[in-house]
Design a protein around this ligand. Sequence first.
Ligand code: F3S
Length: 295
Amino acid sequence: ALEIILSDVYGFCGGVKRAVDLAFTTARESENVKMIGELVHNADVNRELKDLGVEVIEEDDLPSGVTVITRSHGTTKELKEALEGKSNRVIDTTCPFVSRIYDIVWENNEEGVPVVIVGEKDHPEIKGIASYGDNIFIVKDEEDVENLPLQDEKKIAMVSQTTNPKKIVDKVEERLKGVFTGEILRYNTICKATNDRQDACRMLAQNVDCMLVIGGKNSANTKKLAKIAEDHCDHVYHIQTINQLDLRPFKKFNKIGITAGASTPDSVIKEAVSRMDNLNRDEMNNEMMEAIENS
Ligand code: F3S
């Protein structure tokens, strides 16, 4: 029979759970609540907030005198100041692992130390981190290191997007050491939740025939889980919501591994497992039917 194995660590992390709790409490207890973009990269959570009356607003159309919930993966310094400047009550749901990076960048900036950030320049988390310094260099991977104008610096600091696999940051540091002779202050800013999920995903992917990864396609941590799964398993399916789960391709596998990104609620994961279980039952029913027919 089909074996379904859940990753040892998956789904909601402490940071997302905190943001979701804060947002739902605010939505239930306050009038006139707005939210900038998506709270977390999960369509179901964002829809439920809208159902509670929370209105999604754009960054270039800021309200005044209302309650505004900001994203869990961070907000730029300018946006937060602009919101407060317009007398809004700001419910800042930025994960503490991300705001810690703001402090690191800010402190180094105060000391005149340039900061290299390893991450995707268009991701809101990186935009938020970069807004806390003036002398910032964003690199996606080691390839981007070559042309950084750092020759005259004595010291540089280095931080990473919380969701990066450690391997990518190691390679950037190695390349930096090749082109830069000064001191490199590397801060470990990959969050533990990400690390644990990636390790568990790797282990699982090595031991199954196929992997199902659940989570937003715009979710950095989910995309990285899918990439790790692909590196260790030949058949990987990435779905964003439970409605996208098509069971047919899974019929040909014996062992299926399931993992989910940090903004995927438990209810979605449970539903996926239960639908897979149905597949199992169908298969058993078919076997029984065949056995009866052949008897
Ligand atoms: Fe925070 Fe890490 Fe989750 S940065 S939001 S605990 S994935």
